[in-house]
Write a protein that binds this ligand. Structure first.
Ligand SMILES: [Zn+2]
Length: 482
């Protein structure tokens, strides 16, 4: 462990979004927490620090989707391209994504793991946790749970029959694994918890999405979460097609149905929430549940723009996620922060996103969603020891002194390139823009090489993928535009 003594900065955002910017500050760590905040006359010049960012929804894909041909398009059709995801060494693939996020200033990551190979999940969880610990980010591993509708919003056997005969065998072998019972799934989550729970790693229940889970499975999750206190993360009303499916399947109300099952609780994070209606949002707010907003993902997959003005009006909590779909496909967290800031603070919004709400999302609520802990978002003694330090001099290259608040400069210009150091739980995990725990450049080269080595197999799969995407496009068209 690189236990850090402390740091000096010219600007310390003690409580970002709440206006306190302290000049010439010194921060020390005491174990995994902030030890003290004091004065540091003239040292740390040109640096700006704030609490590290939280990525409250991600899939930790080191090899980006586009590398294996899954181009951006409507979510339901894009998803079929994941058939072709080439097997890459899990440790390297995870360490690559964690490392990129750390380098971008992220201290905590919600990893919504999406393997369907249930018999390997416990072993996979250990590998993923090792990668997170080596990089140094905090991790919530969301254990994937599903027991229906793997191929789309319908019966899998029927959907399989819609595919050309020549492709059925491959799709069945690649995707249609037999599902365990709810009780087996709950035992699996407990087992994974025993294996990897620790000071910076925790485990959550991860019903992939309500449409992929039977009521029996959702009820088991609600009951287990109420008993053991683990949080629940699921994808929730990401697309218009999901909204129509939900309205048709639950005429008495989809969100009320989930609330009745006990799934929606203060321990609940729904990812996306693009198609929530004001009534749904009220239920979410009443339950003190939250949504992890994924702005760039929703743009890239044509899903829409989350009704954040309605969230704000209802007082519903929200955080932000990158979802392995950042705007430039590079995990640049500060750019994501900026996209959301712009998209949801428009003048015409009934409740624009203020700086305070923006940082509540990227700090306080996100930390709660990932780590199930309160008390994050301010740099004070006793707070979690997670900080990101920006090269403010580089951001401020043309500024006239005294004309602008440094936080405005960071919000307008900061990118991964400006991240100098990152501290998590008092440990320096990024130094001078380099990830310290793993050799990120070497891992990136190795992952790309391993992917390209499967080129022949991948290119042979391409026509099958296109046929499958066509089939799924036709199938889901019944819900489109109604
Ligand atoms: Zn997701």
């Amino acid at each position: 462990m690189n236990a850090a003594a402390g740091l000096n900065v010219e600007y310390l955002a003690m409580a970002p979004g709440r206006g306190e910017m302290r000049r010439d500050a010194s921060v020390t760590f005491a174990d995994d927490r902030i030890g003290s905040v004091g004065a540091a006359e003239g040292q740390g010049k040109g640096l700006l620090a704030m609490p590290a960012l939280v990525d409250a929804h991600d899939h930790v894909r080191g090899l980006h989707h586009i590398a294996f041909g899954a181009r951006d398009q409507t979510f339901e059709i894009w998803r079929a391209a994941l058939y072709a995801q080439p097997p890459i060494d899990l440790y390297l693939n995870s360490a690559l994504a964690f490392g990129r996020l750390a380098r971008a200033g992220v201290g905590s990551v919600m990893h919504v793991y999406s393997s369907i190979k249930v018999d390997r999940l416990a072993e996979d969880a250990e590998i993923i946790a090792r990668a997170a610990r080596d990089v140094g980010v905090r991790l919530a591993l969301v254990v994937p749970l599903r027991d229906q509708q793997t191929l789309g919003y319908g019966n899998d056997a029927e959907l399989l029959r819609l595919h050309p005969a020549q492709d059925r065998d491959f799709i069945e072998k690649t995707w249609l694994y037999p599902f365990p019972s709810p009780a087996t799934y709950m035992d699996l989550v407990a087992d994974i918890g025993r294996r990897i729970d620790g000071p910076t790693v925790s485990v959550q229940y991860g019903p992939n999405s309500p449409q992929a889970c039977s009521d029996a499975l959702l009820a088991a999750v609600a009951e287990a979460s109420a008993r053991d206190g683990r949080r629940v993360t699921t994808h929730l009303l990401e697309t218009s097609i999901q909204r129509r499916w939900a309205d048709e399947t639950y005429p008495d109300g989809f969100i009320p149905h989930l609330a009745n099952l006990g799934v929606i609780s203060p321990r609940f994070t729904g990812a996306h929430g693009v198609w929530l209606r004001p009534d749904d949002i009220r239920i979410m707010a009443e339950q003190d549940a939250q949504i992890a907003i994924n702005m760039s993902s929703n743009l890239r997959l044509r899903s829409g723009i989350a009704p954040v003005g309605d969230y704000i009006k209802a007082g519903m909590k929200f955080s932000f996620g990158i979802d392995s779909f950042s705007i430039d496909d590079d995990e640049d967290a500060f750019r994501e922060l900026r996209v959301g800031h712009w998209l949801f603070s428009l003048d015409a919004s009934p409740a624009p996103l203020t700086q305070q709400l923006l940082f509540d999302g990227w700090h306080r609520n996100g930390f709660k969603a990932v780590n199930n802990r309160d008390g994050y978002g301010e740099v004070t003694a006793g707070a979690p020891g997670d900080l990101v330090v920006l090269d403010y001099d580089a951001l401020a290259y043309d500024l006239i002194d005294g004309m602008i608040d440094p936080m405005e400069v960071a919000l307008t210009r900061a990118t991964t390139a400006h991240v100098k150091d990152v501290y998590v739980a008092g440990r320096r995990i990024v130094g001078d823009g380099r990830v310290l725990g793993v050799d990120l450049d070497a891992i990136e080269r190795e992952v790309a090489k391993a992917a390209r080595a499967q080129g022949e197999r991948m290119r042979a799969l391409k026509p099958m993928l296109e046929r499958s995407q066509h089939t799924l496009g036709d199938f889901h068209a019944r819900w489109r535009g109604r």
